[in-house]
Ligand binder design. Structure first.
Ligand code: NDP
Length: 478
């Protein structure tokens, strides 16, 4: 989807065919002030944070029901908004439903601590919300990423202001509408629309915002982190990756190659955990690369609602230009493009932002193409000699989001899994994701963990309380 501001509007373009999907109004700075004030008022006056957890959970379940009831419409809207295959879009709505249900359960069951005492008092902790949370999301998986922030932030008792990407603005207002219909008190969930550098930056800097939760690129995350540091407000950052996908010689090569292809070409590679660096043990390098290239050439690139589609268009025409520039730079760095490296040819592709699954090898590990994220269907392949060489290469980037390891030797899998610097390690599988399991990055891939029980604590601050049980007045000196 390509979006360009026209007289204060974002225009959503379907990347499958270039048609206009919808327009949304850009939020002005004055409107932002009013939205933050409304969120603060809702936080203070609706009684949401004082509501018993099981009552808050009821609303979260009602939101889940509302999303499920509109699954087809939402999936279709997301497909047109960012070009993902319809089956993936349906899966993302299901994921969002599951996220609201999961945090309803966590909300109801989360316990705090009665701490060991050393005097005549009872000491314990309670969790308090931050107030107004700014939730900023990227364009690749809108409904899923929005839910990943909104559900736990609401469960913890906050008000939320959601800022979707200018490149995928259509799902966030739907979530707000569904939440309101589900009984969420007025003003607790609102959306701002517009460019990140304008309205996103203004939201982050706004004095009325008490916590920032961001998913997006590392450079943006760094800029937001600087502002949060200056303001002394907590910030959670889910950032980019250049995740290594490792194939040892003793792996089940059929399964490994299938997972490598799924891990980089699924969602057209527009996934933070795409396995975009393939590291193959030298003795099976030629065999793995040959099989992989053969598989990549057979991938069905088609319209996102076409029968049998495996890979749809990229999310926007300008993003396709970026991905192609990445491939051209890899060529200039000495890379051999083994397949892909261009848009597909033919009438069916002419009006869409399609790009062929691309495999590149022959690059040194320190080439920019092996270090930077393409966020597209582009895989770089490198050989490794032994475990030491593998660990050095796999850890040799600034990122640390995820990795995949294929071996039939469980001790080697354990050693390698512990040695690799990554927030998620997949052994003999790839890109599995469940709301109950923490997710986040090492190194430049982020700070904090979303999902899991602690995903709710991310949006709450601990308050320590003491109840005195003294029989006598307190002395001045003990
Ligand atoms: P960006 O960092 O460009 O944008 C992410 C969001 O931040 C968008 O809503 C954007 O708005 C907004 N934004 C941009 N600049 C600012 C600013 N100065 N202040 C506040 N908000 C701002 O990332 P992309 O949208 O291009 O998404 C791709 C990136 O996201 C990749 O690096 C990918 O790896 C990462 N990602 C990480 C995930 C994770 O969980 N770790 C999951 C999914 C993606 P606008 O679009 O309008 O500019």
């Amino acid at each position: 989807m390509d979006i360009r501001t026209k007289a204060g509007e974002l225009v959503s373009i379907n990347p499958a065919d270039g048609s206009e999907v919808a327009r949304v109004a850009v939020t002005t700075p004055q409107e932002l002030d009013a939205i933050v004030a409304r969120a603060q008022k809702a936080y203070r006056e609706t009684g949401w944070k004082e509501l018993m957890p099981h009552k808050r959970a009821e609303v979260l379940h009602a939101i889940a029901n509302g999303l499920l009831a509109e699954k087809e419409t939402l999936a279709s809207l997301q497909m047109r908004d960012n070009g993902k295959p319809i089956s993936e879009c349906r899966g993302m709505v299901d994921y969002a439903v599951g996220t609201f249900r999961y945090y309803a359960s966590v909300c109801e069951t989360l316990e705090t601590d009665v701490t060991p005492r050393r005097g005549d008092y009872v000491s314990f902790t309670v969790l308090e919300p931050y107030g107004v949370v700014a939730a900023i999301t990227p364009w690749n998986s809108p409904i899923m990423n929005d839910a990943a922030k909104v559900a736990p932030a609401l469960a913890a008792g906050n008000a939320v202001i959601l800022k979707p990407s200018e490149d995928a603005p259509l799902l966030a207002p739907e979530l707000v509408r569904i939440a309101a219909a589900a009984g969420l008190p007025d003003g607790l969930l609102q959306v701002v629309q517009g460019y990140g550098a304008d309205i996103g930056a203004a939201l982050v800097a706004h004095k009325g915002v008490g916590m920032i939760s961001f998913t997006g690129g590392t450079a943006t995350g760094r800029a937001i982190g600087r502002v949060a540091g200056e303001r002394i407000v907590p910030v959670a950052l889910e950032l980019g990756g250049k995740s290594p996908h490792v194939v040892f010689a003793d792996a089940n090569l059929e399964h490994a190659v299938a997972a490598v292809a799924a891990g980089i070409f699924g969602s057209s590679g527009q996934s933070c955990v795409a396995g975009s660096r393939l590291l193959v043990e030298e003795s099976v390098y030629d065999e793995v690369v040959t099989r992989l290239v053969e598989r990549a050439k057979r991938i069905v690139v088609a319209a996102p609602d076409a029968k049998g589609v495996e890979v749809g268009p990229l999310a926007s025409f300008h993003h396709r230009d970026r991905v192609h520039a990445f491939v051209e730079r890899a060529r200039a760095e000495g890379g051999r493009v083994l397949c892909g490296g261009s848009a597909p040819e033919g009438a069916a592709y002419e009006t869409g932002a399609y790009y062929l699954p691309t495999v590149i090898d022959g690059l040194p590990h320190d080439a920019l193409s092996c270090q930077e994220e393409a966020f597209g269907p582009v895989l770089v392949v490198l050989p490794f000699k032994d475990e030491a060489d593998l660990v050095a290469k796999a850890n040799g980037t600034d990122f640390g989001l995820a990795c995949g390891i294929w071996t039939e030797n469980f001790k080697k899998a354990w050693r390698t899994g512990r040695a690799l610097e990554a927030g998620s390690v997949w052994i003999n599988t790839y890109k599995q994701s469940v709301t109950s399991t923490p997710f986040g990055g090492f190194k430049d891939s982020g700070i904090g963990r979303e999902k899991g029980i602690d995903g709710l604590r991310l949006y709450a601050q601990v308050k320590s309380m003491y109840f005195g049980l003294h029989e006598n007045p307190l002395p001045i000196a003990k």
